[in-house]
Write a protein that binds this ligand. Structure first.
Ligand code: SAM
Length: 220
């Protein structure tokens, strides 16, 4: 016999399994990324009125007219990072903390910056409650985080007009920067790999639509 809350948890866990199958169907291949996404209680990171939609593969509104990223987008960006355990990763745009929680499942060294102070506090509390311990700050992520650089991986979860030079310079040799770049309506997911002190390889992946990256080396 199930209590109401055990029944609800079971329903949500089945929806999460269905989401993982959907992500596989859309081409996500990394088992470690799918496993990480399957562990995150996305329903606890959104407004209670939207809980029934938590495991739809769609972005949902959060506070301050921002969005919790679409699970496919989180999966694709994380897959492109090719994170290995023990690597140091920087996220720009903490937002709800969803992508940050996925990163925390993959490595212990997670740093994340959010430009809205109120959202930073909200995400910090939420991530702590869920048992995650990333290093967070409120500020302009287009400048990176020199105190902790270099990073093995950097992921930008807002759309940039150009690739911020500061982020490129904060990549370690072999480091990967995954960033959507374009105009405000559509961006191409770019992966920039640092080959040496001065050489970089740039790849173009799928098209996406993100909220704008606002800052000194982003949109004004
Ligand atoms: N990673 C988030 C998630 O998993 O839900 C996605 C959040 S939303 C798509 C993008 C976030 O980037 C917003 O919270 C926005 O405030 C933030 N942002 C925009 N420009 C920024 C900047 N220069 N530095 C840090 N955060 C920024």
């Amino acid at each position: 016999m199930f209590t109401n809350s055990a029944h609800n948890e079971l329903v949500l866990s089945r929806k999460r399994d269905a989401l993982i199958a959907e992500l596989r169907g859309k081409g996500i291949q990394s088992e470690s990324v799918l496993e990480a996404i399957n562990k995150i209680p996305r329903h606890k990171m959104i407004d209670s009125a939207l809980v029934h939609r938590a495991y739809e593969d769609t972005a949902l509104p959060i506070m301050l007219r921002q969005t919790i990223s679409q699970p496919y987008t989180v999966a694709r960006q994380t897959e492109l990072l090719e994170l290995k355990t023990g690597e140091k990763v920087l996220e720009i745009g903490t937002g709800s903390g969803y992508q940050c929680a996925v990163l925390c499942e993959l490595t212990k060294k997670v740093y994340s910056i959010e430009r809205h102070t109120e959202m930073y506090h909200h995400a910090k509390e939420m991530l702590l409650r869920l048992g995650y311990r990333p290093t967070l700050k409120a500020g302009d992520g287009t400048l990176g985080w020199t105190a902790y650089a270099p990073f093995d991986a950097i992921v930008v979860t807002a759309g940039a007009p150009v690739v911020p030079e500061a982020l490129i310079q904060q990549l370690s040799i072999g480091g990967r920067l995954v960033i959507p770049v374009g105009d405000k309506d559509s961006q191409t997911m770019k992966r920039i790999i640092r080959i040496s002190e001065t050489e970089f390889k740039t790849e173009d992946h799928n098209s996406f639509k993100f909220v704008p990256l606002i800052g000194k080396q982003g949109w004004q």
